[in-house]
Each structure stands twice: as C-alpha cells, then as structure tokens.
Design a binder for this molecule. Sequence first.
Ligand code: HEC
Length: 149
Amino acid sequence: MRQIALAAAIAVTGAAALAQSPEDAVEGRHGFMTMLSIEMGALAGMAKGEVPYDEAMATAAARNLMALASYDAPKLFVEGTSSEDLDDSDALPAIWQDREDFEAQFAALQEAAQGIDQQVTGGQESLGPVVQKLGVTCRDCHDSYRLDR
Ligand code: HEC
C-alpha cells in the first residue's frame, strides 16, 4: 500500500514538473538574472569605492554568484518563450537557433565564477578583475541573445 502511494506521489510530481508554464519559466529566469545583478552590484559598488570594502560582504556575494552560476539556468529557456512569443520576454529567438552557443555562453559565466570566493579577499583592489571577468560574460551573452529595448 505504502509503495503504491509513493509511486502515485512521484507520478504526480513528475506531471507537475512537465506542466511548468512558459510564464513561470520567464518569471524564473528574470528572478535568476536579477539575483545575478544584485550580487554583481554588491561587488561593483565596493570595487568602485561607492561602498567601503568589506571582506565578509565580498565573500558572501562571490559565494552567491558561484551558487547561481551552478544552477542550470538554460533550462528556463523553454521553447515558445522568446521575445516574439511573449510580451515580457527579452530572450531573442536566436537562442533557439543556436542553442549550443547559448549554452556555451552560460558555461563561460560558470567558468569565470569558479573560485571567485578566494579571489575577492585581501582588499578593494582584488575586486576589479573579478567584476571585469564576470561582467564580460554577462555582456557577451546579452549582446547576442537579449533584446535591447
Ligand atoms: C547565457 C546568456 C546570459 C548570461 C551569461 C547572462 N545573461 Fe542576463 N539575460 C540573458 C537573457 C537572454 C535575458 C532576457 C531574459 C528574458 O527576458 O526572458 C537576460 C536578462 C537579464 C536581466 C533583466 C532581467 C529582467 O527582469 O528582465 C538582467 C538584470 C541580467 N540579465 C543580468 C545579468 C548579469 C548581471 C549577468 C552576469 C553576471 C548575466 N545577466 C548573464 C542572458 C544571459
């Protein structure tokens, strides 16, 4: 009996995952990108001296960026959610025309984020190069795949 109930529960969960709406996917990736931007902003603010350097804050932001970069964000770019399909999507159709390149651009961000928690320590001057190498990956992907409004 218990086994049957468990199998039923798994079946229901699986169905719910498949039924994820296009709107949820768009909302999810907007939240994901906003979180990236909040953590980048924390590092950039300290790098520019707008906010005093604080090693604990820099390390926390770096760890959050590493956690975000390890999330499989490309999966939120489901078919039928381009800027031509939905009003609140800025995801260019090019993403689905060259999926491999889009995923490579995300992999570039993942690679740039590796070990940054160790790289933002020791003082304000450590932050510039980290913000720079991550920022390039944001910009490269946006240039090709994000609608410029
Ligand atoms: C692999 C490609 C890719 C990478 C890498 C990437 N982005 Fe994005 N970003 C997108 C796309 C595509 C959109 C448009 C998504 C949409 O509207 O559905 C977007 C949208 C955004 C938005 C707007 C979100 C909203 O609510 O409309 C922000 C902010 C953002 N990105 C920040 C960043 C930052 C900061 C980084 C780097 C740390 C980054 N992105 C890296 C592809 C990328």
